[in-house]
Ligand binder design. Structure first.
Ligand code: ADP
Ligand code: ZN
Length: 743
């Protein structure tokens, strides 16, 4: 009898512990690290992932594994190593990390392949046999004739539909031995309907060629290569470099992942990758949150089985189970949507860099506006910096005009949404049949409803924010928790007819623009107007085709879209992003202005960007105006260093929340006291304070901010401190390492 061995598993439930089980002999051959298993747990059974196979164990009362789920391990040893790193770095239980690593549809293993019945001829069918059959069973003969013409098996359902015949006829032919019916798995391909026309590599300009050369150098010796930061202005041809670098990777027999922000995972993006690698239908798999369970199952297995060699996807595609990984591309690396805002609170760019190191592959971060973190790494020579300074179409950088809203207000007496200058610019675009984009990062019509008599505002009952008035829906709604309320006619507090609407969002901009330019076609693009499935695609299509003159929208239109006929961009209120209680507010404003500006201009005529602001002299606006990246980064880095903020120190934010304010506060104070005892002096610990967003979804929230360089150590000390400290049942403390949400 062979030596019995044990499997150490992580079960899918949060128990903060790994457990050992006996491997039954009959499973010993098939089971390995990364296998999914069913194990007895307490009185029931649970699904789990094997993370180690051991010859011995000290555990008591060992029970055997009940069953193996699926026949191949779902996670490689490298991905399990990555999960361990994430748990330690992000101060997060390993079970939660595992949940992110494997899509639910794979973990549960309930969905399987879609099966379809295929029909083919059992043998050569002479035409006189068909004639004989025709006399006795004309319908069977008709179907048999159709089958006899097939060159390959086809789905039975398709054949029956085309011939208008039924299942009974099909079965009768099978019984007579004329045809063979076979069930086969078919992929639910989200792009099955699309036709991709093969495109080929473009001839690179010298800057692009130099950048690709550097990436190829890294591909030749990936173990020694540093992560690469590709800083290229919008339209400088970064995507073309990704495509050719992937080509190079595949030709070395390796595979590639391309991460893009969810919002830019548009049909156009997918098409660019699918088309370039169109020779083999399966080569490119796509992973994002809009796939159906079945599609996700099929795409994932296509990758797992090694049929797909390129994965294009959003954040969680960084965990794609590719073997032989050669390249990870992170497009728009500065995008904060790479950060997951629930446990595990990981940042996909940073995870990509770590995975690349573990798998000895190349990681390429591309952006027009590097994050301070990545730029700092480049200056420190931890990353290799590559620059693309020219737009491919030789188009000039747009002219940035700053409109001082303070002066405007004095002139117009009232705060108009569009300044005179911006209005004149729109008029001239309409005359020339050129297009305009107006950008405002706030939805709705009015952002607050106040009583001018008693001063009462309509706040969300669950959150400390005002309710936004949506005119289209004729409701008040909270953008944080989704609460909605009817619009009162009179003030509910003092019963006076004195309600006033103030502040404005995209809905009002749209109304205002439509009124000012009655002849123009105006469309709005935000989460409200784009709720229908195809609305996004349709609106973009209409805009591209020139059927829309003015497009009003939120950040949805700020990202990665390129429209050659847009020569004017208006930023309605640049101060919105700038005055958030967040140390990254300046950085975000700079990025936003630069990204939005990248949408304007074509060929010979430079585009124009109007930036409306009450703080025209803030550095992020001034540096963006002059397209001065280096200048901006330098002063922002100095500021961050002075204040001990990232990228000089890591930040960790603990949020303590409870439906009872006093309990949340008390727990926050207790946690802080314990942390003070546990943390050495090198770590900066701030006192607990009410979060800027004091109340969210009915919970009162307190923040504890910590900063330090040795992040692994800090994470461990925080975890140990929290594990030792039982919190009251109705209090929750969550830990966010490298936080991006400071509200
Ligand atoms: P980025 O990703 O930097 O914004 P893209 O890769 O999308 O830029 O390139 C912008 C446009 O220029 C695309 O339409 C692309 O096909 C085109 N393009 C890129 N490189 C070249 C090249 N070397 N020659 C001609 N056209 C190019
Ligand atoms: Zn709310």
């Amino acid at each position: 009898m062979s030596k019995s061995s044990y499997a150490r598993v992580i079960i899918d439930r949060s128990i903060h512990r790994e457990l050992d089980y006996l491997i039954p002999e009959m499973l010993a051959e098939k089971l390995g690290i990364g296998s999914r298993v069913r194990v007895p747990f307490r009185e029931r059974s649970a699904l789990a992932t094997v993370v180690a196979v051991l010859e011995e164990t000290d555990a008591q009362g060992i029970r055997p594994i009940e069953a193996l789920v699926g026949d191949k391990p779902v996670l490689s040893a490298k991905l399990i190593e990555l999960a361990r790193w994430m748990g330690a770095y992000y101060c997060c239980p390993i079970e939660a990390v595992m949940r992110s690593l494997l899509p639910q549809v794979i973990r549960r293993a309930e969905v399987t392949w879609k099966k379809q019945l295929f029909v083919s001829a059992a043998k050569e069918i002479p035409s006189d046999e068909i004639d004989k059959l025709r006399r006795r069973a004309p319908r069977q003969a008709e179907l048999l004739e159709a089958v006899s013409k097939l060159r390959q098996p086809v789905p039975a359902a398709d054949l029956l539909r085309e011939t208008s015949l039924d299942n009974q006829t099909l079965r009768a032919l099978e019984k007579r031995g004329f045809i063979v019916l076979r069930e086969e798995a078919v992929a639910r391909d989200p792009h099955a309907e699309d036709l991709f026309i093969a495109s080929s590599d473009l001839v690179l300009n010298p800057e692009q060629a130099a950048a690709l050369g550097a990436v190829e150098e890294a591909l030749v010796a990936p173990a020694k290569a540093k992560p690469i930061l590709l800083h290229g202005v919008t339209g400088s041809g970064k995507t073309e470099i990704y495509l050719q670098a992937i080509h190079s990777t595949l030709s070395r027999g390796r595979t590639a992942i391309v991460l893009v922000p969810e919002i830019s995972l548009t049909p156009q993006t997918v098409e660019r990758f699918k088309s370039r690698f169109a020779e083999a239908q399966d080569t490119v798999a796509v992973l994002h949150s809009h796939l159906s369970e079945g599609e996700r199952h099929d795409e994932w297995h296509k990758i797992h089985a090694g049929r797909a060699r390129i994965v294009v996807g959003a954040r969680s595609a960084v965990f794609a189970p590719l073997e032989n990984l050669g390249l990870i591309v992170v497009d728009e690396e500065h995008e904060t949507s790479y950060k997951q805002e629930e446990a595990p609170r990981y940042h996909a760019r940073d995870v990509a860099v770590v995975r690349a190191k573990m798998e000895q592959c190349v990681v390429l971060l591309g952006t027009a506006t590097p994050s301070l973190e990545s730029y700092h790494n480049a200056i420190q020579q931890k990353y290799r910096l590559l620059n693309l300074t020219q737009r491919v179409d030789n188009c000039q950088m747009p002219l940035m005009r700053i409109v001082d809203l303070r002066l405007e207000r004095r002139k117009q007496k009232v705060a108009a949404i569009l300044s005179e200058k911006l209005r004149a610019a729109i008029t001239s675009r309409l005359e020339k049949h050129e297009q305009t984009i107006l950008f405002l990062n706030r939805r709705g019509f009015s952002t607050s409803l106040l009583c001018s008599n008693c001063g009462e505002a309509r706040d969300c009952p669950n959150c400390s924010v005002a309710l936004t008035f949506h005119r289209g829906a004729a409701r008040l709604s909270c953008h944080l928790c989704g609460h909605t309320a009817a619009v009162p006619k009179k003030c509910p507090a003092c019963s006076q007819d004195a309600l006033i609407y103030s502040g404005f969002g995209t809905e009002k901009v749209e109304a205002n623009v439509t009124q000012l330019f009655p002849g123009a076609v105006v469309r709005r693009m935000d989460a409200d107007s784009m709720s229908r499935k195809d609305a996004y695609r349709e609106t973009l299509h209409a805009f591209r085709a020139g059927k829309i003159d003015i497009l009003v929208g939120t950040q949805m239109i700020a990202k990665g879209l390129h429209f050659p006929n847009v020569t004017l961009v208006g930023i309605i209120n640049a101060d919105l992003a700038l005055h958030m209680p967040d140390f990254r507010a300046g950085e975000r404003t700079f990025q936003l202005l630069t990204q939005v500006a990248g949408r304007a201009g074509r060929g010979e005529t430079p585009g124009e960007v109007f930036v409306q602001t009450y703080t025209p002299f803030s550095p992020s606006i001034q540096f963006a105006r002059h397209h001065d990246f280096a200048g901006y980064f330098q002063q922002e880095l100095e500021f961050r260093e002075r204040c001990d903020f990232p990228p000089f120190k890591h930040a960790v934010l603990i949020t303590v929340r409870s439906a009872h304010e006093a309990r949340a506060q008390f727990s926050a104070e207790t946690i802080t006291r314990r942390l003070k005892e546990a943390l050495p002096a090198e770590f900066i610990l701030s006192s607990p304070v009410p979060a800027p967003l004091e109340k969210l979804q009915g919970h009162f929230r307190f923040h504890i901010l910590m900063r330090g360089e040795a992040i692994m150590r800090l994470s461990r000390l925080i975890r140990e401190t929290l594990d030792k400290l039982p919190l009251p049942e109705d209090v929750v403390a969550s830990v966010d390492v490298d936080p991006y949400q400071l509200l």
